[in-house]
Design a binder for this molecule. Structure first.
Ligand code: S3P
Length: 209
């Protein structure tokens, strides 16, 4: 996704989110490279909400990187850690924090997580883009050594995994197209469609931010 703005037609909202509904949390889902973390950070800044990347929570809890968990304990163990982390994060929401949670690319496709999210009633956002664009973003990040992704292997396996997860992502409350768009315009669209409210922070000087 580009950093600067340029207007493009926005996808129509799907209807599971009621107008005027106020929420203190949002879940960002979508495939690897969908922009979940970048959009989550931008939302956090615009709204003064806490941003949490679920993979970071897993790494903190486990004291290992995601790549190490996959390598040393396998994917099944990673999925258990991921489920525990999601449960913890959703439990913390009950304390009343306002929070944006970016899931890892596979989390939303796991039935145990989907059912947890359904019962939490937190709106979910499917960040979508073409398979070609997702592949380009992930390959670029890999070449810049920014993110080590254990499931980023061949182009063919990437395509197959993407295909197999689409039916799960489509169950999100809304879908937002990120193709060729800036992080900021995607964040603005999510705020508008979900009617998210900024937390006003009063500085020591009494200014409201
Ligand atoms: C995964 C995606 C990764 C990370 C893990 C598994 C997946 O997160 O959770 O490597 O199953 O697609 P990103 O989507 O942030 O890369």
């Amino acid at each position: 996704m580009k950093k600067r703005s340029g207007k493009k037609a926005e996808a129509k909202p799907r209807t599971r989110v009621r107008a005027g509904r106020s929420t203190n949390a949002v879940i960002l889902a979508g495939f690897m490279g969908a922009g979940k973390s970048s959009v989550g950070r931008a939302l956090g800044q615009r709204l003064n909400w806490v941003f949490e990347d679920l993979d970071d929570r897993i790494e903190r809890c486990e004291g290992r990187t995601i790549a190490e968990i996959f390598r040393d304990s396998g994917e099944a163990e990673f999925r258990r850690d991921e489920h525990d982390a999601l449960k913890q994060s959703l439990d913390e929401l009950r304390r009343g924090d306002s929070r944006i949670i970016a899931l890892g690319g596979g989390a939303f496709a796991q039935e145990q997580n989907a059912s947890l999210l359904r019962s939490s009633d937190v709106p979910t956002v499917f960040l979508d883009a073409s398979i070609e664009e997702l592949w380009q973003r992930c390959s670029k990040q890999a070449s810049e050594s920014r993110t080590e992704r254990p499931l980023l292997r061949s182009r063919e396996s990437f395509r197959e995994l993407h295909e197999s997860r689409q039916k799960h992502y489509r169950k999100a409350s809304i879908r937002v197209d990120t193709g060729g768009r800036t992080v900021d315009s995607v964040a603005a669209e999510i705020i508008r469609k979900l009617g998210l409210k900024k937390i006003e922070i009063r500085t020591e000087q009494g200014d409201v931010e």
